[in-house]
Design a protein around this ligand. Structure first.
Ligand code: ADP
Length: 261
């Protein structure tokens, strides 16, 4: 699997009203098969950073390397999952969506179907291979998106608030499912969220960003065994500490909707 290096990355948006800092001087490395969550308030540069790693945005300064190779545009070494349910192709079935990347790679039909079915099994959708997105719930659509991102076997999985639009119970189920998928595939994952409990549940390390300009404030390893218990004292301690760094108190988190509580 492939490590990621982010070296002094900065990006500024030019707008009619002037320049807006996206991220500034951000540096970190990620080991192979690590699960990293990036947290921070809205507008602190999480999505900008993820889009730079995905190759959808070009940093104005600094560089990003994946397995030593400089990122220059999007590549099939990175699978991406967004928050928006509309990321799926509405005219394709679940199987058709998941096979898309393999089609682009020129993989023949039998092999495509085999791999796509296997990925849909991984996200527990083997019974829905022929369903179209509009017949699937939001959680199921996000599972198809995860299967699609994994189908062409990228070494890195990039996820931008993939469960933020789901109801709390579905989100809890999805977090458990993602933890299982990660355990089985051991991808290197970069996961953006504003939900601290979600980050403590999923991550090996949590990177905390602060806005104006978007810089990295803290890099906190989460030394808890898996599967994690969101109601354990240790879990709540991590959550409290992270919320403290974000300037929230423990009472705020109740209204944010926490992992499995
Ligand atoms: P986050 O994902 O943490 O909410 P973003 O990366 O989306 O933060 O945004 C970081 C900053 O960049 C914010 O101030 C935001 O308003 C600004 N920004 C993001 N995208 C654009 C864009 N396309 N044009 C102008 N400014 C943008």
């Amino acid at each position: 699997m492939v490590p990621i290096e982010v070296n002094d990355v900065s990006l500024v948006y030019d707008t009619p009203a002037g320049t807006v800092p996206g991220v500034k001087d951000v540096s970190f490395t990620i080991d192979a098969s690590q699960f990293i969550c990036i947290v921070g308030p809205s507008g602190c540069g999480k999505s900008t950073l993820l889009n730079c790693i995905a190759g959808f945005l070009n940093p104005a300064a600094g560089e990003i390397r994946i397995d030593g190779k400089k990122v220059d545009g999007h590549g099939m070494d990175r699978g991406v999952v967004f928050q928006d349910f509309a990321q799926l192709f509405p005219w394709r079935t679940a199987l058709g969506n998941v096979s898309f990347g393999l089609e682009m790679k020129g993989v023949d039909r039998d092999e495509r179907d085999k791999v796509a079915r296997e990925q849909l099994r991984l996200v527990k959708l083997e019974k829905f291979v022929d369903a179209y997105p509009h017949h699937l719930s939001g959680g199921m659509q996000q599972r198809v998106a995860i299967a699609r991102a994994l189908a062409y076997n990228p070494s890195v999985l990039l996820m931008d608030e993939p469960f933020a639009a789901l109801d709390a119970l579905t989100r809890d189920d999805m977090q458990r499912l993602l933890a299982d998928v990660w355990r089985e595939t051991r991808k290197t994952v970069v996961y953006v969220t504003h939900n601290v409990a979600e980050a403590v549940y999923l991550a090996d390390r949590v990177l905390v960003m602060t806005p104006h300009p978007g810089t990295l404030k803290l890099d906190m390893p989460i030394a808890l065994p898996r599967p994690r218990d969101p109601l354990s004292v240790e879990f709540l301690e991590y959550q409290k500490e992270l919320l403290g760094h974000l300037g929230h108190n423990a009472a705020d988190q109740k209204t944010n909707g926490n992992a499995h509580s």
